[in-house]
Design a protein around this ligand. Structure first.
Ligand code: NAP
Length: 342
């Protein structure tokens, strides 16, 4: 079996660390792995399968001889270095938004559109975390009943904004609890936001990524545009609201679909029960439904609360949860690498 020389760019970040861990866990055929980050991390020691590796500086790193790059250093950094890495002979699987909507770049979720991988010209884009878990559930329903309209509201964890945002959630929560003179009420206690745009501890806010001219956020428009690209159907009408919640790992989504063909909740459960990488958890009377604390560390996308939308003729409501760092980012990228290597 061929073994691959792999570079992880953004290796010190929330996604990069998870990618390195998953490459080790899944026994991806690696002959050599190199960890790369910014100048700030040069010389830092990180582990791969118990072995110490020294982090290299991206701006001094040559991609000659590297087969596959697992990339997550942020969109502006990717835009700058990825063309050079491709020119030097590597195939880059990029986790950032830099190339996702480029018509020459496949945007891939292996359970949904693996056929797109073969069209790559050196770059394959990993979709946004909230898109990956959404399309894993939508694809089999779209194939069965054709989705005409989709309304999605997300409840996204702090880790979606990287390791610094997870620290901010921890520190704000701790400082509010430490400064509380009485146990309750804690509402109204303020903490300074440095990484995220608003206080995250004991709060939720409808602001992920930047606001655009159409009054949506970029995160919301990623859900719209990426879903259409992956499902290869620009006719689906989609509207999204993306919300940050004080959870460390695991994004949740309230999903409403209107379909061309009628689909009962039982039929949807049966279809989703057979969908690759999807697990149905739908027994509300026993308090069983997907939640972030149970999805963290898991590879699958969980769906539950499947019920008829009683306000329209042919519609369903669903609740979708996944580990945003694993299936929403790192695992999806490693699965793409596995297909490339197969
Ligand atoms: N978190 C998620 O759920 C998720 C999901 C899908 C996609 N993504 C995307 O993945 C990317 C990274 O996210 P993250 O959550 O891992 O962020 P993060 O925890 O902040 O990590 C950022 C990583 O990028 C590196 N980096 C920053 N500037 C760099 C530069 N100039 N040159 C080289 N490396 C540089 C950092 O290295 P230093 O430590 O040296 O600064 C660090 O390794 C983002 O584009 C994000 O949108 C994230």
């Amino acid at each position: 079996m061929k073994k691959y020389k792999v570079a992880v760019v953004g290796a010190t970040g929330a996604v990069g660390q998870e990618m390195t861990r998953i490459v080790g866990e899944r026994n991806f055929p690696v002959s050599e792995i190199t960890l790369v980050a910014s100048e700030r991390s040069k010389g830092k020691i990180l582990k791969f399968k118990g072995e110490n590796l020294t982090v290299e500086n991206l701006s001094e790193f040559s991609f000659k001889g590297i087969d596959i790059v697992l990339s997550s250093p942020g969109a502006s950094v990717s835009k700058g270095y990825v063309p050079r890495a491709v020119e030097e002979g590597a195939v880059v699987i990029d986790n950032t938004s830099a190339f996702r909507m480029d018509p020459d770049v496949p945007l891939v979720v292996p359970e949904v559109n693996p056929h797109a991988i073969s069209k790559h010209k050196g770059i394959i884009a990993n979709p946004n975390c909230s898109t990956i878990q959404l399309v894993a559930v939508l694809k089999p329903l779209h194939d069965a009943a054709r989705i005409r309209r989709l309304v999605v509201s997300t409840y996204q964890s702090a880790s979606g904004a990287g390791a610094p945002a997870m620290n901010e959630l921890k520190e704000q929560t701790q400082s509010i609890l430490d400064s509380a003179e009485q146990a309750l009420p804690l509402q109204g206690k303020k903490a300074e936001a440095k990484v995220l745009p608003c206080q995250i501890a004991f709060n939720v806010f409808p602001h992920i990524d930047v606001f655009l001219e159409n009054a949506y956020t970029k995160e919301e428009m990623k859900l719209v545009d990426e879903t259409r690209k992956i499902l290869e159907d620009d006719s689906i009408r989609i509207t999204a609201t993306a919300v940050r919640v004080p959870v460390f790992i695991g994004h949740a989504e309230s999903v409403n679909i209107e379909t061309e063909k009628r689909l009962t909740p039982d039929e949807a459960r049966e279809i989703l029960g057979k969908a690759p990488g999807v697990i149905v958890v739908d027994n509300p009377s026993a308090n069983e439904y997907p939640v972030p604390v149970s999805s963290a560390g898991r590879d699958e996308v969980f769906v539950g609360r499947i019920r008829k939308d009683e306000s329209i003729e042919k519609g369903l409501n669903l609740w979708v949860v996944a580990d945003n760092l694993r299936k929403g980012a790192a695992l999806n990228a490693v699965q793409i690498a596995e297909i490339l290597g197969s």
